[in-house]
Write a protein that binds this ligand. Structure first.
Ligand code: PLP
Ligand code: FVT
Length: 427
């Protein structure tokens, strides 16, 4: 039987950094990642049989808990009929209808295989439709690993201190303009200067890749007005927030209609899926309806669609998001009172089923504030709770996720682990 350590040694010989996605490595918190053998409900079990209460949820998709019987059964049924057809299949039509029904701004969709593909395709569409080249993104936001987005990026790029990646041609990076999140005046100033060259502004409507930072009141509305005034498209990257902060995503929660929206994570139920969609007049410019090319051998895959549809069925249960948000609140308020009790400077953010923990006394509303929180303290806390069976994202710059499988007891156990970890780190 291989141990975590043996597996990681083998992995490092053949996989860069021992992982297939950088955020999984424990490079910033220190130590070695554990290898998961099995997942169920709110828990992961590593190859040594240790159980963890999981607040990563496969980085977002597992909103009903791991290995949900209804999702698993849907996949098992779909597999009986074949794994991939390369022709249209019925489930992708149902998927498109479901997304269009649930997400206010979506009139048409195209399925893809990851969030990265969704965002790359959405900006190609924006450029093709407007005839403009520049895009605007926000410092600390992450939109996958497309060249245009690895400029002042969040997530692993921020965690590892290389927010602008080598390998992105300068000509490409120069077309990506960046702004500070939650600062409408900065956006107004940029659009006043270059508004007629901007194809699209893309934003995480709740930032989740520089820890978790909700938009301040009126901010998304202000960006909407700015884009409309300057003829630029507004793209909400709802890969993380879609079906996470509310059934209709952040656009439903805040009542702001983007022109295009990108999706991933939850809509695949744990299978590799992404999608982009929005205004009909824009989406009809995508091939073969229109000239802007975008394609995919496995796009709309029947097994992935079955998993995603089962997931979207479950989240439509009455009260699903109210309960999820209430649990998230109990967790965050509980952690706050534990930290207060231990005299540790601490604050939290949360929207629906996503949350952020900051080792700083003030409420965090900006990238600058998020990056000045005490990351060394976070790293000690991360290991302190991990030793006690609680798995947080191994980075101070990632949002956390709750699922409907997390019980009151799981939250109570998490708070106890947090209390012990904070006490130990002080002593
Ligand atoms: C907001 C956001 N956009 C895009 C992506 C990219 O998605 P993927 O990892 O599926 O390519 C992610 C996460 O990875 C994300 O959080
Ligand atoms: N918040 C970070 C992600 O969702 C990305 C996961 C990955 O890159 O593996």
């Amino acid at each position: 039987m291989s141990t975590n350590h043996e597996l990681f040694q083998r992995a490092k010989r053949l996989l860069p950094g021992g992982v297939n996605s950088p955020v999984r490595a424990f490079k910033s918190v220190g130590g070695e990642p554990f290898f998961t053998a099995r997942a169920d409900g709110a828990y992961l079990w590593d190859v040594e049989g240790t159980r963890y209460i999981d607040y990563v949820g496969s980085w977002g998709p597992m909103i009903v808990g791991h290995n949900h019987p209804a999702v698993r059964a849907a996949v098992e049924r779909a597999v009986q009929d074949g794994l991939s057809f390369g022709t249209p299949c019925p489930a992708e039509v149902t998927m498109a209808e479901t997304i269009a029904k649930l997400v206010p701004s979506v009139e048409m969709v195209r399925m893809v295989n990851s969030g990265t593909e969704a965002t790359m395709s959405a900006i190609r569409l924006a450029r093709g439709a407007t005839g403009r080249a520049k895009i605007v993104k926000f410092e600390g936001c992450y939109h996958g690993h497309g060249d245009s987005f690895l400029v002042k990026a969040g997530s692993g790029a921020l965690t590892y201190g290389v927010p602008t990646s080598p390998g992105v041609p300068k000509a490409n990076a120069d077309l990506t303009l960046t702004l500070p999140y939650n600062d409408l005046d900065a956006a107004k100033a940029l659009f006043a200067e270059q508004g007629d060259e901007i194809a699209a502004l893309i934003i995480e409507p709740v930032a989740g890749n520089m820890n978790c930072i909700p938009p301040v009141d009126g901010y998304l509305q202000g960006l909407r007005e700015l884009c409309t005034r300057h003829g630029a498209l507004l793209i909400f990257d709802e890969v993380m927030t879609g079906f996470r902060v509310a059934l209709g995503g952040a656009q439903a929660l805040y009542g702001v209609m983007p022109d295009l929206t990108t999706f991933g994570k939850i809509i695949g139920g744990g299978m590799p899926v992404g999608a982009y969609g929005g205004r009909r007049d824009l989406m009809e410019q995508i091939a073969p309806a229109g000239p802007i090319y975008q394609a995919g051998t496995l796009s709309g895959n029947p097994v992935a669609m079955a998993a995603g549809l089962a997931m979207l069925e479950l989240v439509q249960a009455p009260g699903f998001y109210d309960t999820l948000a209430a649990r998230t609140r109990v967790l965050c308020d509980g952690l706050q009172s534990v930290a207060d009790g231990e005299g540790v400077p601490f604050s939290t953010n949360r929207v629906g089923g996503m949350f952020g923990l900051f080792f700083t006394a003030r409420k965090v509303t900006s990238y600058a504030q998020a990056t000045t929180a005490d990351t060394a303290r976070f790293n000690r806390f991360f290991h302190g709770v991990l030793e006690r069976g609680v798995y947080l994202a191994p980075s101070a710059f990632e949002a956390g996720f709750l699922s409907s499988a997390h019980s009151d007891q799981d939250i109570a156990d998490t708070l106890q682990a947090a209390r012990e970890a904070l006490r130990e780190a002080k002593g």
